[in-house]
Design a protein around this ligand. Structure first.
Ligand code: HEC
Length: 156
């Protein structure tokens, strides 16, 4: 059975979201366990801070600050992607065990990160119009269409 691999991946996501401070991917395949620690906690909590700062910026009417905080997200997304799909041990083992599933996961993950980049541009466009309501809508869309949708995908 090849299905065990990404059950471990999903569990790591659930534990990450439950904020228990355990950040690794566990893979079980016919009795074989591989656990690789991911330096992902720092990246996700920085992402969370940036989003919180954007909302603060809107409430304070400081839309330049919102733009600055939004601009930090694409780089963080790219780093998270690199951590999940590195050329390191976890990825090599996962790919060897189930190349199709690994490829699919990488594509889905990448598409969410790309969506996030597009949404950041929307936030910046809205902020440029100095419209706080439109900026808030764009930030809400970011949270719904990228943060929540990706988390939902990995919690399933
Ligand atoms: C490409 C998919 C994806 C996107 C997009 C995404 N996340 Fe995550 N996020 C994850 C995964 C997977 C985890 C679990 C990581 C782990 O701990 O193993 C996670 C975990 C987290 C955590 C919990 C970290 C902890 O302390 O345990 C926070 C907070 C978080 N994300 C915030 C965000 C915010 C805010 C956004 C939107 C700006 C976002 N994420 C977008 C995939 C994503």
């Amino acid at each position: 059975m090849k299905r065990g691999i990404f059950v471990g991946f999903g569990l790591a996501a659930i534990m990450g979201l439950a904020n228990v401070g355990f950040h690794s991917v566990t893979m079980a395949e016919e009795g074989k366990q591989v656990r690789v620690n991911l330096p992902i906690k720092r990246l996700t909590s920085e992402m969370e801070n940036r989003v919180t700062n954007m909302i603060e910026g809107i409430l304070e009417g400081n839309l330049d600050y919102v733009k600055q905080e939004a601009a930090a997200l694409p780089d963080l997304g790219k780093k998270i992607l690199d951590n999940f799909f590195p050329r390191g041990q976890w990825f090599m083992v996962a790919e060897a065990l189930n190349p199709e599933e690994t490829k699919k996961r990488r594509e889905v993950f990448t598409s969410f990160v790309n969506k996030m980049d597009a949404q950041v541009k929307e936030i910046q466009k809205a902020a440029d119009t100095k419209d706080e309501g439109a900026t808030l809508n764009a930030v809400t869309n970011l949270i719904q269409k990228t943060c929540i949708e990706c988390h939902t995908f990995y919690l399933k």
